[in-house]
Every structure is written in structure tokens, then in C-alpha cells.
Design a protein around this ligand. Structure first.
Ligand SMILES: *Cc1c(COP(=O)(O)O)cnc(C)c1O
Length: 330
């Protein structure tokens, strides 16, 4: 077994050996009976991961494609949306909304700081005409390592009563507790190369009943990312376009491994690893980018001061042991 390449980036994350081996098999037909069985099984496992009874749809797209699909299927041109922006990905969803002609209001926070749920509450309470159609939040903001307080923000959206909650869970799904049905989240988008432990290339969009209701009247243009097509085919254990069959086989293996570990154990493992990483960084005398109470269990950002980030990465990639020897104990 080769030593795994230590990329030391938020994703692609390391892929288990068994997943790689299963991916290496010859592709099966995407309309074959055996593949439809795989899709059926994978879909059940995806529902387990999302803690939902509702639809989870599989797209051949990166995480951005999944979030874009999660936005454009439920709105019409000129619809008003509220977007949380405290890092690179929050900014991206503002750009996507603008590209499709939505009317965008933002709740902003400085990079490295969490979004303030109070600001969502105030804006949503002030919206007595119910003009907000959606609230878009990045749960784990990968660019800064902040975990936003989605649960509280979402409770304010619930109180508003008509806006949909759309969540970018690309790094949080599979790392942090995100119970779609219990919290009443309408849309969750994610991508394969982060918590799923498989290579980049698949996107996932979970859609609840309130969002499907909005879908019926939504008029933004869509074709490849039209989730209605995916729902229709998903009911027949299929996908509308040629699936990335090897990736879905890999997904099946990875989700089977995750089921064996159990959701609670997975979340606790990420929590432990975050705490260990944060303690180690502090012991090294390096500054963390986020405060202890808003750190993401999926990713920890460190602000290099006297050391060059690229150099740290290349040393860790080439010889992990070397980086240990370089730690000077004061
Ligand atoms: C990685 C990531 C994305 C999606 O990135 P792609 O390059 O399109 O896969 C979106 N949001 C967050 C929070 C991410 O970490």
C-alpha cells in the first residue's frame, strides 16, 4: 500500500484504499439493472447521511454545481434572497444569485468571524411583506474554518415562515451534525471530495417538500441542473444523464464504511481531531484564524506569521516525519 499523498488542503480529502480499488473496476452500463441497484442503495445511504426522509439527488458536478442547482430551482427572476457572506464561499453564492438576476441582500461578517444570527433575525422580522424567498448560508465556511450557527439562523427563517433555507454543506456534511428533517432545512448541497472521502466529481442536493412546492412556480432558466429531472429518474433508481458510474460505485463503498462507523462516532471523531489540531497549533505558538467557539470540525485555518504556508505544506507532503523533527520545544 502506497503512503497516501498528504495534500494538506480542505479537499480532495484522503480516499480509503478500498474505495480506490472499487473505483478501478471497469464501468458498468449506466442503465443496467446492476447499476440501478447501486443507485437505489446509495440513495438510501445518502438519506441516512442527511438525516432525512426526503429526496437526495446525485449530480455529476462539483460542489459549486450542487449549490447552484440548490439555488436556481426554487426562485424566479427578481426574487429577493438573503445570503450570509463571511468568506470565499459566501461571496460565491452572492455572485451566483446575481448572475441569475435575483435581488440579493447580505448578512456579512469579517473573514474568520461567524455570521451573527441576530442580524438574520432582524432582517427577517422586518420583512413583514414576506418578500424574502430564500436564505442561503454556508455552514462550514472552508476558506476561514468558521462553523456558522446554522441551527439558530435557521430557527429565525422558520419564524419568518415563508423563506426557504438553503445550505452549502460542502465541508460540513459528514463531519458535523446536520439533521435536515429535525431542523427543517429545505435544501442541502454538498460535494464528493470533502466529507464523503471520494474524489471530486459528484454533487448532491437534498430537497424537502417546501422547496418542491417553490419549484413548481420557479422560473429561473435551467436545464442540466433542473432538479425535477433528477427527482423523476431517482424514483426509478436512475439519473437523467450518463452517471459518473465509477464515482457512484466509489460512493457506495464510502457510505458503507461511514454507516459501519456510525454518524455519532463520525461527528465525535471530527470534534476530537479539531480539538487536537487546535491544541497542537497553539502549542506551536501559531495563531488560529478563528476563535475556539466557532471553529469548524472539518477544517482548521492557521495564520502563518514567520513561516511560509507553502513551505509547511511541501515539507509535510514530502516527509511527514521531517515536520515533526522541526518542531522546536521551547
Ligand atoms: C469545496 C467547497 C465548495 C465547492 O467547491 P467545488 O470546487 O465546486 O467542488 C463549496 N462550498 C464550500 C464550503 C466548500 O468547501
Amino acid at each position: 500500500m502506497d503512503a497516501k499523498l498528504m495534500l494538506m488542503i480542505p479537499g480532495p480529502t484522503p480516499v480509503p484504499e478500498q474505495v480506490l480499488l472499487d473505483m478501478a473496476k471497469h464501468p458498468v452500463g449506466h442503465r443496467s439493472k446492476e447499476f440501478m441497484e447501486v443507485i437505489g442503495s446509495v440513495t438510501q445511504k445518502l438519506k441516512w447521511l442527511h438525516q432525512t426522509q426526503h429526496d437526495v439527488l446525485i449530480l455529476t458536478a462539483s460542489g459549486t454545481g450542487a449549490v447552484e442547482a440548490g439555488i436556481i430551482n426554487f426562485f424566479s427572476p427578481g426574487d429577493r434572497v438573503l445570503v450570509g457572506s463571511n468568506g470565499k464561499f459566501g461571496e460565491r453564492w452572492v455572485e451566483v444569485c446575481n448572475a441569475y438576476g435575483l435581488q440579493v441582500d447580505e448578512v456579512k461578517a469579517d473573514w474568520g468571524k461567524p455570521l451573527d444570527p441576530e442580524e438574520f433575525r432582524q432582517k427577517l422580522e422586518a420583512d413583514t411583506t414576506k418578500s424574502y424567498k430564500g436564505v442561503i448560508v454556508t455552514f462550514s465556511e472552508t476558506s476561514t474554518g468558521v462553523l456558522n450557527d446554522l441551527k439558530t439562523i435557521n430557527s429565525h427563517v422558520q419564524a419568518h415562515g415563508s423563506a426557504l433555507t438553503i445550505v452549502d454543506a460542502v465541508t460540513s456534511l459528514g463531519a458535523v451534525h446536520l439533521p435536515m428533517d429535525e431542523w427543517g432545512i429545505d435544501v442541502i448541497a454538498s460535494g464528493s471530495q470533502k466529507g464523503y472521502m471520494i474524489p471530486p466529481g459528484l454533487g448532491f442536493v437534498a430537497v424537502g417538500p417546501r422547496a418542491w412546492e417553490a419549484y413548481k412556480t420557479a422560473k429561473l432558466p435551467k436545464y442540466y441542473l433542473d432538479l425535477g429531472k433528477y427527482r423523476k429518474e431517482s424514483a426509478k433508481n436512475s439519473t437523467p444523464f450518463t452517471s459518473s458510474v465509477n464515482m457512484i460505485v466509489a460512493l457506495h463503498t464510502a457510505l458503507t464504511m461511514m454507516e459501519a462507523e456510525g454518524l455519532e462516532n463520525i461527528f465525535q471523531r471530527h470534534q476530537r481531531q479539531m480539538q487536537a489540531t487546535r491544541a497542537a497549533v497553539k502549542a506551536l505558538g501559531l495563531p488560529l484564524y478563528t476563535a475556539d467557539d466557532c471553529g469548524s470540525p472539518a477544517i482548521t485555518a492557521v495564520v502563518p506569521v514567520s513561516v511560509d504556508a507553502q513551505q509547511v505544506r511541501s515539507i509535510m507532503k514530502n516527509a511527514l516525519i521531517l515536520s515533526l523533527l522541526m518542531v522546536r520545544i521551547p
